[in-house]
Design a protein around this ligand. Structure first.
Ligand code: NAD
Length: 482
């Protein structure tokens, strides 16, 4: 339950800053009437926007990327203050956002469809990609700008209009960032609110496609609503991702990689490493070095450039992470380091390393979405791959090894949407991102992420109108029956 969900009937709500626990803004809330009006305006804007040339759309997206890069020093603190992300990571998020707009500007100019082999020598088959119409983007709080960009950039590049709904936990950065877009009125707009506003946008008959990132629970609710109306829908949902550490790597570098994979953005990344399987022969050495390295992480004010880990998004979310820890301890987990909230204001939690959980315990406990890293020893690589795959979600997996043989076996056998060999959490805007099983349906990024915002139309052309031998008239003439 978010502040906005509690604010039924109100026209604004108080936003609490995770680092201080104090109210730092009053945020206006939309109503179902204002959602309705936004959809009507977007539909009206669509007829002209879809007819703009790809060159014009590409130029507008590139201009935005340029202005965004110049504005990172002013925008990063807004993103950092509202969500608690260290300001250095907020700057990186904005830089990746600019890169996403650059990439889709180039696809706007190069990806229009294809020519298929025709069925007759005097014919041609065009496969056209056209915009779908009005897109609703429902966004989470952990990467409020980047995950907007993964939707807005391809949607706008391919000629759609878009209405974005930020999470009520992070409502401030998107209006600031998107004010740099130079687009015709209502091609891009924002509605603010929680579950109720999201639900009215998703269900609206004037919305043609829903693009969602968030929890599995919400994603499945949205899928059901979209199925009812046969509405286009892509959902990026929860993750519970494995990291496999093998005994042929430089232990010190492997520890640094694991620290980043588990604790970046305080573990609030859908692809955070939340199940760490370590070759049993190096388990004790890896655990000891990891604990030593975690002790060097600086937890504190996200606006301080030397901070590694900021607060969790809210006290409610910290309570959730603490409940995970209590349940893990009930199942026999041992805290190797961390395990406590920080005293004083703000929703801080120490980076925590756990041992003693079995694979079944980790699966039963589910997604953590916080700074807790459970480690478990494995005897052989086959076991590591089997356990990695044995999970409800299949978003990503990381493997640290210097063996080409093991790396290629992992690439072949892991049943997940993204596999990182020796470089965890490294997204590539030109390659697709999404999950197997309950991690999601559809892909963002890459050419696949552009195609997700298009309808495919086949245009079958015969150069001239002439009788075809399978038509009734021609058939009769040929058989002398005419
Ligand atoms: P959430 O599902 O609670 O909320 C996501 C968004 O959906 C918010 O904007 C919320 O207001 C809205 N919403 C809630 N109920 C709705 C409804 N019935 N109809 C329409 N909209 C509704 O998720 P969150 O807490 O913001 O984000 C954390 C979750 O997101 C984690 O589970 C994480 O794994 C997942 N996540 C996944 C990816 C990915 O790419 N797979 C990326 C980031 C986060």
């Amino acid at each position: 339950m978010t502040p906005a969900d509690n604010a039924a009937g109100l026209d604004s709500f108080d936003l609490v800053q995770p680092a201080t626990g104090r109210v730092h803004a009053r945020v206006p809330l939309d109503s179902s009437e204002s959602v309705d009006a936004a959809v009507l305006r977007a539909r009206a804007a669509f007829s002209a926007w879809r007819e703009t040339s790809p060159f014009e759309r590409a130029a507008r997206l590139q201009t935005f990327a340029l202005k965004l890069r110049q504005s990172i020093p002013e925008l990063a603190p807004i993103l950092s203050a509202e969500g608690g992300k260290p300001v250095v990571e907020a700057e990186a998020e904005l830089e990746w956002t600019a890169g996403t707009f650059d990439y889709y500007a180039s696809l706007a100019r190069s990806r229009a469809g294809r020519v298929a082999p025709p069925v007759s020598a005097s014919g041609m088959s065009l496969v056209l990609r056209e915009p779908i119409g009005v897109v609703a983007a429902i966004l989470p709080w952990n990467y409020p700008i980047l995950l907007w960009a993964w939707k807005a950039a391809p949607a706008l590049a391919s000629g759609n209009c878009i209405i974005a709904k930020p999470s009520p936990e992070t409502p401030l950065s998107l209006p600031a960032v998107s004010s740099l877009l130079e687009l015709p009125d209502d091609v891009h707009s924002i509605v603010q609110g929680g579950r109720a506003i999201g639900a009215s946008l998703v269900a609206h008959r004037g919305v043609h496609k829903v693009a969602f990132t968030g929890s599995s629970h919400t994603g499945k609710t949205i899928l059901r609503v979209c199925a009812e109306r046969a509405k286009r829908c892509s959902v990026e949902m929860s993750g519970h991702d494995p990291l496999i550490v093998w005994d042929d790597v430089d232990l010190e570098v492997a520890v640094d990689a694991a620290v980043f994979a588990a604790f970046a953005n305080a573990g609030q990344v859908c692809t955070s490493s939340e199940r760490i399987y370590v070759r049993d022969t190096i388990f004790d050495a890896f655990r000891d070095r990891l604990v030593k390295q975690v002790a060097t992480l600086k937890v504190g004010d996200p606006l301080d450039r030397s901070t590694d880990i900021g607060p969790l998004i809210s006290t409610a979310h910290r309570d959730r992470v603490e409940r995970y820890l209590t349940q893990a301890l009930d199942r026999g987990a041992k805290i190797e380091c961390g395990g406590k909230r920080l005293s004083g204001p703000g929703s801080y939690f120490q980076p925590t390393v756990l041992t003693g959980l079995r694979h079944e315990d980790m699966n039963a406990l589910g997604e953590i979405f916080g700074p807790i890293a459970p480690l478990m020893p494995v005897e052989n690589f086959e076991e590591a791959i089997r356990l990695a795959n044995d999970n409800q979600f299949g978003l990503s997996a990381t493997v640290l090894t210097s063996s080409l043989d093991l790396a290629m076996r992992a690439a072949r056998d892991l049943r997940v949407g993204t596999i990182w060999i020796n470089n965890p959490l490294m997204d590539n805007v030109a390659a697709p991102f999404g999950g197997f099983r309950e991690a999601g349906i559809g892909r963002e990024l890459g050419e696949e992420g552009f195609d997700a915002y298009t309808e495919v139309k086949h245009v079958s052309i015969e150069f001239a109108l002439k009788q075809q031998h399978w038509w009734y008239a021609a058939r009769k003439a040929l058989s002398g029956l005419a």
